[in-house]
Write a protein that binds this ligand. Sequence first.
Ligand SMILES: Nc1ncnc2c1ncn2[C@@H]1O[C@H](COP(=O)(O)OP(=O)(O)OP(=O)(O)O)[C@@H](O)[C@H]1O
Ligand SMILES: [Mg+2]
Length: 409
Amino acid sequence: MEPKLYTAIDLGSSRVICVSGFEKTAGEIELVGVGMSTSSGVDRGSLTNPRLAADSLRLAVHQVEQQLSGPVTNAYFGVSGPGISTFNSIGSYSLPHSLSKITGQDVTRATDAACSAGIPSSTEFIHIIPSSYAVDGHWAPNPPIGEQGSKVEVKTHMVTGDSATLKTLARTAEGARIRLAALVYKPIASGVAVLRRGEIDKGVILADIGSNTTDVAVFINGSIATSFSIPVGGYHISNDLAVSLGASLSDAEDLKKNHGHAVPKLVEETELVSLRRHGETALVQVKRKLAAGLIRDRLEELFTMIARVVEQEGLSIKQPAGIVLTGGSSKLTGIADMAHAYLDIPARIGLPHANVNGRQVNDPAYSSAIGTIMWFTNPDFGDARRGLSIGQGSFSTRFKGWIREVLPV
Ligand SMILES: Nc1ncnc2c1ncn2[C@@H]1O[C@H](COP(=O)(O)OP(=O)(O)OP(=O)(O)O)[C@@H](O)[C@H]1O
Ligand SMILES: [Mg+2]
């Protein structure tokens, strides 16, 4: 039998990434193709021109098809940004007889109740992820199947998509001759690609800092406590540099990538970088420290926003395993040191570890695409993908099991 081909696509604000792989053994994927193209038709995370977006999608897919010597016809997609919402909800179910043994069905009923919390009819569920369970008010991370009690409660994290947004994505995929197979929320995918099992057990914040969006997920006790997107990313840093230094956006982008630094005090007063001012031909010299100050200011704003949303969700920003930064903007020099000093928590860069035909792909811009393929190929995520199927070996248990088995220590 021909091995099954899996493909994942991350249609980002700045680029489209496509990765494909064949299943070697159950749940183990061998990546055999990777493609990247510049995105068009995407404005601040929204698909504003599906036809243009389809063209850029096709370019990335075409690169993979050449490596495979065969067609890609369907793919899993990551989603985030405008049109995608997340919220936590608690559902409960009272057992008909007090002190009866709790079954998987009782847990399902409590989860169903959490889902019926009234989402608009124009919205679809993408994930329903139970994170903890209570029997008569006593909370624990695992489903209480077999325990005795009179009331079961389930805390769930939900990700929903606005139907029109999801239809536009499906239409864009079709425009590139790709059938959209299923969706994963990007911060979850990035977390799957770069986190270590000890981190998600202890408590960790994942931030995928892209171009226009920062996708955040908080993992605690081996499950997901919350996730959200913030409309700030590397584009805003480049734009600040362009406006303040009087340069074009593309020159500011080059300055950021080649000479940017997130910690001004680590830059010498004497360090100068050359820059062309708008409308001028001659180069001028600007202090690298000045550029670093602008970068630091924007990052402080971003980390403040992250901390505020985490705290609004009733969680602490001071997670024991700190913050793990990934996405293209995590390549900014000094960003982990800056996050560590500013948030006063451990900080590291999370790189995906994938091997595509003998070539290492560990660029943090690929985390979400690589995590998407991992999410859809590991059988232990089965219940999570179906969302509502709870019972023996519920999502929460499997999610933790999966993380423990698959993630590096
Ligand atoms: N070496 C570098 N130093 C600093 N920033 C970098 C570097 N390389 C890339 N970036 C920034 O990374 C960003 C792109 O990251 P990424 O590829 O993760 O974005 P995306 O997924 O397309 O965007 P989004 O997630 O917002 O939809 C750009 O803002 C780019 O300037
Ligand atoms: Mg991205």
